[in-house]
Design a protein around this ligand. Structure first.
Ligand code: FAD
Length: 449
């Protein structure tokens, strides 16, 4: 097993720290990596798509799980898959789509591992219908700090501590996941524009239940009456009968376009108030006012940025902060205030999305709760960003909301208990299960998880 000391960052490329990066190729090597991790402990890492410092461990070991990437068994009749935690959702799509199955939940990139999907209890555009990833996990095998491998089933404290537990209860080795049946690999998509935030929220509230997938891109640079204007895209997997004769020849084909990557060096400041303002204006105007039933590929609908390798370089050396929070139903005024503040601060954000979450899942540190979630990217070099986001954290916490740990690299620990009421249970379980802190990360040290 190689173990070079290298700088490790999240997808936002802020706060890099040096760690021994170990890539086990067998369960035995994974057990040995944890056993021999040393005083600074270890943290499992998937494909490093968490934006912040969740899969980093300064001075310790980071265990790259992508070498454990076997799909062990597929039940093509019942729609379940048993696979290693290092398998990516991209790989699962390649293997499962020809059999008429799709992953039950996908985030905005398919380049995440099953272990990372469980560790962050990820959500997708179907959260209001299907909940988060853990709702579809039947069981997993977890290597705990004492070196034991435990089979963990639903409805147990260890299951609920691990789903959303950011890799801190142990290392997931394998998982069994329930899948979503599909007839085709195309999506049938309805698009509409919303003229402002009120209009957007009214549309989402009135008709979201009619769609399996729903999300809104929101223009956070628009001012005045247009504040919060948005493009709403909603849809479902296209049935076979929606396809034309040509597409019907291979209805489950999985096509993934690939564009050139940005250069390794992109000057800071490329994404600024002017360029992002122009982009947002173009993006809003380009969208149809209302269109129904457009057929789109899975990758165009779910993962448009995956076609551009290393697209995160466009933020320059400073990287980007992703800020994602949720506030409950009834807290619409808080959402309005935050959107107004982001607009007044003129944060140059071109990847801002608003979504309505459905019911929560039981993970103790799982992020989604019923309500409104807004995610926005901001160049980390924006002057005054730290203080500004601290103020937003306070606004979110005062509204009973929370910030998403998988995106975080900067929050202070004092608001965490208010945001995550099961934090005490999580800490107590970790203290019992892992008294020496074998599993630890930059995130867990910063937030005293
Ligand atoms: C473009 C983009 C879009 C995104 N969209 C969404 C979205 O729509 N919804 C959403 O929820 N998230 C979204 N994310 C975040 C991403 O889905 C999560 O951060 C996910 O956890 C990343 O998985 P990963 O395999 O890259 O894990 P990493 O980023 O490497 O690790 C994430 C966490 O999982 C833990 N982990 C990884 N493997 C294991 C394992 N085997 N056992 C135990 N713990 C493990 C790590 O310790 C860490 O705490 C997005 C990220 C990007 C870059």
């Amino acid at each position: 097993m190689s173990a070079d000391t290298v700088p490790v960052t999240g997808w936002g490329r802020t706060a890099p720290t040096a760690a021994r990066l170990i890539r086990p190729r067998s369960y035995e090597e994974a057990v040995a990596a944890v056993r021999d991790c040393g005083a600074r402990g270890s943290i499992p890492r998937g494909l490093g798509r968490a934006y912040g410092d969740a899969a980093q461990n300064a001075g310790g070991a980071v265990i790259d799980m992508t070498g454990l990437d076997r799909v062990h068994a597929i039940d093509a009749a019942g729609g379940t898959v048993l696979c290693d935690a290092g398998v990516s959702l991209h790989r699962l799509m390649e293997v499962l789509l020809p059999l008429g199955w799709f992953v039950p939940v996908t985030p905005g990139t398919r380049h995440v591992t099953v272990g990372g999907a469980i560790g962050a209890d990820i959500h997708g555009k179907n959260h209001h219908v299907s909940g988060s990833f853990s709702r579809h996990v039947l069981s997993f095998e977890l290597l705990t700090a004492d070196g034991e491998i435990r089979t963990v089933g639903r409805g147990t404290p260890l299951f609920d501590a691990t789903t959303g537990g950011m890799g801190l209860t142990g290392m997931i080795l394998t998982a069994t996941v329930q899948l979503q049946p599909v007839e085709t690999s195309l999506m049938s998509v309805d698009t509409e524009r919303a003229r402002d935030l009120d209009d957007l929220m009214a549309r989402l509230t009135a008709t979201d239940h009619a769609y399996r997938y729903s999300v809104a891109w929101i223009d956070l640079m628009a001012r005045g009456a247009a504040t919060g204007r948005a493009v709403l895209t909603r849809g479902d997997h296209a049935p076979l009968e929606a396809l034309g004769t040509r597409a019907r020849r291979d209805p489950l084909a999985f096509r993934t376009p690939r564009f050139p990557a940005p250069p390794a060096y992109v000057p800071d400041g490329l994404l600024n108030r002017t360029t992002v303002g122009l982009f947002n204006e173009f993006w809003y105007r380009k969208a149809p006012r209302a269109r129904t039933g457009q057929l789109q590929s899975l990758s165009a609908f779910f993962h448009p940025l995956d076609g551009i390798p290393h697209w995160n370089r466009i933020y320059g050396r400073g990287g980007c902060v992703q800020y994602q929070f949720v506030v409950g139903h009834g807290q619409e005024e808080a959402l309005h205030r935050i959107v107004r503040r982001v607009r007044e601060n003129r944060c140059p954000s071109f990847l801002a999305v608003l979504k309505r979450f459905g019911d929560a899942d039981p993970g103790w540190l799982s992020f989604p709760v019923p309500g409104w979630t807004l995610a926005l990217d901001i160049p980390a070099s924006l002057p005054g960003l730290g203080t500004f986001l601290d103020e937003l954290d306070e606004e979110v916490a005062a509204a009973g909301g929370r910030v998403y740990l998988a995106k975080d690299s900067r929050m202070r620990p004092d608001l965490l208990a208010a945001m995550y009421p099961r934090l005490g249970d999580f800490r107590a379980l970790r203290a019992r299960l892992d008294p020496r802190g074998v599993f630890t990360s930059d995130l867990s040290r910063r937030l005293t998880l």
